[in-house]
Design a protein around this ligand. Sequence first.
Ligand code: ADP
Ligand code: ZN
Ligand code: ZN
Length: 731
Amino acid sequence: MIAKVIVDISNSEVDKIFDYLIPSNFELTVGDRVLVPFGSRSVEGFCIKITDCSDGNFKLKEIIKKLDENPLIKPEMIALAEFMKDKFYLRFVDVLRLFIPSKLRGNKVKALQREFCTLAGEDIEALKSLISPRAKSQHAIIDRLANGGEYLTVLNTEFSPSVINSLVQKGIIIKNKQEVLRKPPVDTDKNADKVELTNTQKSAIEQINNSDKSVVLLHGVTGSGKTEVYMSLIENALKSGKTAIALVPEISLTPQILRVFRARFGDDIAMLHSGLSDGERYDEWRRIYDGDAKIVVGARSAIFAPLENLGIIIIDEEHDSSYISESNPRFRTLEVAEFRAKYNGCKVVLGSATPSVESYNNARLNKIGLAEMNQRISKNGMPQIQIVDMAQELRTGNFSVFSMEFQQKLKDAVKNGNQAMVFINRRGYASYMQCKSCGYIAKCTDCDIALTYHKEDNMLKCHYCGKRFKPLDICPNCHSESIKQGKIGTEKVVRELQNLLGEDVKILRMDNDTTTTKTAYLDILGAFRRGEAQVLVGTQMIVKGHDFPNVTLVGVLDADMSLYFSDYRACERTFQLITQVSGRAGRKDKLGEVIIQTYSPKHYLFNFVKNYDYKGFFDKELNTRQVTNFPPFTTIVRVLVTNETEEKSLNCTKKIYDCLKDLKAEYFKEFVYMQAMKSPINKIQNKYRYQIVLRIKRQFESEILGKIYQIVDNNKQGNSVFVEINPQNMS
Ligand code: ADP
Ligand code: ZN
Ligand code: ZN
């Protein structure tokens, strides 16, 4: 028999399936990890198919050995890999690598061993007769170990090591090395009682279950109780003997949902996210693989959990950009979820208070189902939102980063024993230029998209067409010279807050700098939850999903920042961000208030935000997208070519561009735009980057994409070429 093997080398030249002979003395199954001879070395590989004939007619080499007892990659995942490599234009091996913990490859993780103590015999009295009746602690240890055993590290915290040792020396206790599974730290919510579902929650669940669509969007305002809906759906899946995946956008959110989940489902849960150590990830993965964990909660990559018999997939905060992988291997989580749902005959639930325009549009078109929850659980309802004009504050002589109104409200909140959150809008690293007096923003003359300031070459660049402009020094609109570029830092905000509120007020800061260690985010959020600080200052990390009952005031500084982010989704993103962050206020018994500070208070978006008018916003945004030919009416494709040599990268781009021109001629009605350019960031990690950006009508996406992939395949010649669909980032 012959095994088709994908060798574990990521390189476009070996992105092929190789045939190997299966030696007659062992059995091989599809999905097995194997060691095979490759050139002069031996490498790991995955068997993806077994046949009885080979395509080639040269002499085949034999597989050296099988590396695990059972196949690491289950049949569903082999099928998924096939799907993903075609759909997202990926190398087979890069997809397979997503499916198993990285350290498992090359057997780099070791099972964790710890010393375990047991009694030398079962007859407790007989053992006790060997020691003096007065040795109280020795008797206590024997009683402690009577029902099984205990890890030495645990015993050491309860008894003195010398007493334990003397029992070991007498042969009454036996020490053994035992394998333990590493458990990532979580803070469980001990008071999370099971609640009675509200009628709204019940009917949402019914709508989801009764929908004839395999994907259902759960549009529920912040604080409407989506988490209970998820748990109820998961409970149902478990009851019928099935398993579940619940995805959350980011590590900082995971502890929140995990606390509640853990309280409800106990050890049935495994978690997978980037904050785990390699050992922890490996152990969690193995609990899932072995069928010991039935529910997987985690970030994007948890969609690849080796669960069998899935009963439900939940994608919480479905609008979040982290569900799209933007570096190799690039993929979209929703499409992976849809594949797995179809394979298992289960549903995908997309939850959000601010669905992506794409998803809501799909619901409108009846391509996916829709369930709605329009009211908060808390009787206080949605918090009041107030928009503050920061240019006006400047004109009246307030140069602080906080408006007068916000300063007063902050003082009040602290005085009344409530908590406040201050959100600094600092999406991405890109920055725009804006006139502080009139709010004018530098935009591309061709694309009407905000220009991004690039410090390296002191230029404003359009990320869509590549046009370059000189940075502003005088506002073309009002001739003011006070041009703002850059961002407010979290540290500066904390300093100003401390001055404002006094040194006694405790302020926590959460951003990339304060969350470098694995547990830092847990510590910060935990401290804030326990009321150890009155104010939490943070970036995007504090926006999502947190449920702090004591927060009554939320402030958004620099709300414009993401509004002029150079992305066609800038408005959508800003609406989502501000609505989500506002949603942190007044979630339990206390009334919430939100202050949004901006230099462009007249922007239409703020009216929709203030009135919690998602549908109004959606209609306006959809209309803009239609007029300007942006998604969901079109699909943006970026072909990105990189190479260490600029000339090679440029030549390859030219070749692909020429072929694409022919394609465009063939589909002249479907191509709405095409342009080749230097990437706005021309060089990353010593590789020169060129790109072709094009937009095609959505109905023809798959047909044209297939041809684009073919063109790229035929012309890449040693360059790394990536094809990105609706990328978040065009730099
Ligand atoms: P969302 O995810 O929609 O923003 P959550 O799921 O965090 O909202 O719920 C908001 C709050 O309402 C939480 O404190 C939660 O414990 C509470 N809650 C949810 N469902 C119920 C219910 N049926 N009865 C009482 N409280 C509930
Ligand atoms: Zn101006
Ligand atoms: Zn442009």
